[in-house]
Write a protein that binds this ligand. Structure first.
Ligand SMILES: [Zn+2]
Ligand SMILES: [Zn+2]
Ligand SMILES: [Zn+2]
Length: 382
């Protein structure tokens, strides 16, 4: 293993793998990142012919292309583990909504002028719910002042030497060299501290929103924490005493229109355009909504079975089993039993049952609205 000019104290809490690797490049006068990636990469990257181009391999959030052991041996700290821990801590309160990293982290490099002067960049700067640096309370910077945005990757496509844009713009004050690289920054932002230390899910304070709507707010993290902490804004449902959804908090949604715009005050919590289908790949949100829907249906079913349908329990049972009367024909169907069983099966997506009912309808086995019991002669085998 090659020995690098490196000090472990240059790695600071919440630091991104981007600035750690830029420091490694600077202190070892490495001009090109490609060969270094091959050196520190996993077996696949190491044996690749030609330059590593695929974004999957130079992704600084997932660190998929890197080899954990090579990196740890070279830097004295497992930066892949540190990176994962920071990401998990930031996403703790939103994993129910989405676990897709692209929903929560910017794909371009976002930085704080003051942090980067001392060679520091944080995963927190990449987090879409933060638009200010939580260490300096300063607005974050999204593009190079001379040219364009810079992809958040370990690659040479948009960067020249360490901490230097292709247009020669220098992010860090390299005259200070590494004298300030060990400086400690404390998080000043109270909201960010709260976000990192509180698990709102365990407090049963849920909030539902599409990440891109939240990211469009002026101060996303502040808005979300305010909504979570405002207990009045959580509507408690106090219905049927036996219902499993009793007293659950209804999750809030954030409108796609800016909440900071007072004209949109009425859209404050409810987003009428909210469309689950547009996020069909968004599994955690889908699962969450699905679970809630199942609870609602269960509650309705319970209410029906112990109310209106109590007198029809035997009819339902008989229809479900399609039991034959002794020596006789198939029994008559009670319309209540039919409605209940059919509805339940269609909710559960039972294709066989739907086909069976269709056959029945086609064969006109249901007759007369005033006839409460109709005859059934099935033409299929069970
Ligand atoms: Zn800063
Ligand atoms: Zn530039
Ligand atoms: Zn009946």
């Amino acid at each position: 293993m090659e020995k690098y000019n490196w000090r472990t104290e240059w790695i600071r809490p919440f630091e991104s793998t981007w600035s750690i690797l830029e420091k490694l490049c600077y202190s070892n006068v490495i001009i090109r990142r490609g060969p270094l990636l091959k050196h520190l990469g996993n077996d696949k990257v190491k044996t690749m012919k030609g330059p590593v181009k695929a974004q999957r391999h130079n992704n600084l959030l997932t660190m998929f292309g890197f080899d954990e052991v090579s990196l740890s041996n070279s830097l004295g700290v497992n930066i892949i583990k540190q990176n994962k821990e920071t990401i998990n801590q930031l996403l703790n309160n939103v994993t129910r909504i989405s676990t897709d990293l692209n929903d929560w982290f910017n794909e371009d490099l976002i930085w704080c002028e003051q942090c980067i002067e001392d060679g520091y960049h944080s995963v927190l700067h990449q987090f879409k719910l933060l638009k200010h640096c939580p260490f300096h309370m300063k607005k974050l910077i999204y593009t190079c002042s001379n040219c364009n945005s810079i992809p958040y990757q370990f690659s040479d496509t948009a960067l020249a030497a360490a901490f230097t844009c292709k247009c020669r713009f220098q992010f860090a004050d390299l005259k200070k060299r590494w004298f300030n690289w060990g400086n400690k920054f404390e998080i000043q932002c109270e909201i960010t501290l709260k976000w990192l230390s509180t698990n709102f899910n365990s407090l049963n304070q849920s909030i539902l929103f599409l990440p891109e709507y939240a990211a469009a707010q002026m101060n996303p993290i502040k808005k979300i924490v305010e909504l979570l902490e405002d207990t009045d804004s959580h509507i408690s449902y106090g219905g049927n005493g036996q219902s499993s959804i009793n007293h659950q908090k209804v999750p809030l949604t954030i409108s796609k229109f800016s909440i900071d715009n007072k004209e949109c005050f009425h859209d404050y919590f409810i987003d009428l355009d909210f469309n689950l289908a547009s996020k069909s790949a968004n599994m955690p949100l889908y699962k969450y909504m699905y679970k809630q829907s199942v609870n609602v249906f269960k509650s309705i079913e319970h209410h029906l079975l112990y109310g209106e349908l109590t007198k029809h329990k035997t009819c339902i049972q008989r229809f479900r089993e399609l039991r034959k009367v002794e020596k006789g024909d198939y029994p008559e169907i009670c319309p209540y039993a039919y409605s209940y069983v059919f509805c339940k099966h269609s909710f559960m997506g039972d294709k066989f049952f739907s086909v069976m009912i269709l056959l029945l309808i086609l064969q006109k086995h249901f007759v007369g609205l005033n006839c409460y019991r109709v005859s059934l002669t099935p033409t299929w085998k069970i």
